[in-house]
Design a binder for this molecule. Structure first.
Ligand code: NAP
Length: 283
């Protein structure tokens, strides 16, 4: 029986997941089809229930459903529970388990694609939405020495800092005002844009959250945004002489974690990168 997999989102305009997941399934000769399932919020609960079918392996989940999925699965992986978002569901004989693979996916991308080890380093994370939650969690688990969260709505940065505080790990929280960023950005070894700024077709595609003059030439600047490849933030970082990395590695590695959960097999990473890059180039 051909198995089914897919991604739930609404809208689903720029998803690369069907292209690179199908390429990986085909490479390993796994008899499964990976679809794009455009599901509105009011249809989501019923759609998740449909994942219990015998021929369905599970799904990945993108905006705006990651939080709603928490309540709809039978079991939650502890990482998804603490982050407060599910981006992968696995169907185990009709029982649904929710995972968050954004956090390990980001960390693997940071280490393997960007060759940056966060342990003992200082970090600034821009944003306080779902991506930022996973990234702050991942950086805490990886042992960063200091972390500040900067967000347009400062209160959301404060809430995220509070939620992720554990033991001696107490993130700072600021707004995106230049005078506030000036207290942290120039001293950060790692700056991550986990906001929608710079996203093609997003709310402010031309803007960088941090200007070049506040970025250290010794920093690594990572943008979770992967469309375009060179975002305004990464262009500013290059102007500052910093190293840069785009968000494609996070996307591929979170997908690779999901692939392993659904199929039990290690994902063919290079095949996935190639398919995603081809899809991006064909836009
Ligand atoms: P989200 O939950 O909707 O959060 C959006 C964040 O962006 C919030 O912090 C929001 O600030 C901020 N923001 C939105 N418009 C802004 C603007 N005009 N100026 C300043 N800040 C603005 O979205 P998300 O899921 O966290 O995704 C955030 C970004 O990460 C997206 O671009 C997405 O494509 C990317 N992403 C990438 C991956 C990957 O695998 N590479 C995975 C997930 C997400 P407020 O709190 O003030 O509204």
């Amino acid at each position: 029986m051909t198995k089914r997999l897919g991604i739930f989102g609404y809208p689903l305009g720029h998803s690369l997941s069907p292209a690179f997941q199908q390429a990986a399934l085909d490479e390993l000769k796994i008899d499964a089809l990976f679809d794009a399932w455009r599901i509105a919020p009011e249809e989501f609960a019923e759609a998740v229930n449909g994942l219990r079918a015998d021929d369905c392996l599970g799904c990945c989940i993108t905006l705006p459903h990651k939080e709603a999925a928490l309540e709809l699965v039978d079991e939650l992986d502890p990482v998804a529970e603490e982050i407060g978002a599910v981006n992968t569901i696995v169907n185990n004989n009709g029982q649904l388990k929710g995972y968050n693979t954004d956090a390990p996916g980001f960390l693997r991308g940071l280490r393997e694609a960007a060759e940056f080890e966060p342990e003992g380093r200082s970090a600034l994370v821009i944003g306080a939405g779902g991506a930022a939650r996973a990234i702050v969690f991942a950086l805490r688990e990886a042992g960063v020495s200091r972390l500040t969260i900067a967000n347009r709505t400062e209160e959301r940065a404060q809430n995220l800092a509070r939620d992720m505080s554990r033991g001696r790990f107490r993130p700072g929280a600021t707004s995106l005002e230049i005078d506030q960023l000036a207290n942290t950005a120039p001293y950060a070894d790692l700056i991550v844009n986990a906001s929608s700024m710079g996203l093609s077709g997003g709310p402010s595609p031309e803007e960088t959250p941090v200007p070049a003059e506040l970025i250290s030439g010794n920093a690594l600047c990572y943008d979770a945004v992967y469309v375009p490849t060179m975002t305004p933030f990464l262009i500013a970082a290059e102007d500052a002489g910093a190293r840069v990395a785009g968000g494609l590695s996070m996307l591929i590695y979170q997908g690779a974690e999901g692939f392993k959960l659904w199929t039990g097999q290690d994902a063919p990473i290079e095949v996935m990168f190639k398919a995603a890059r081809e899809k991006l180039a064909g836009r």
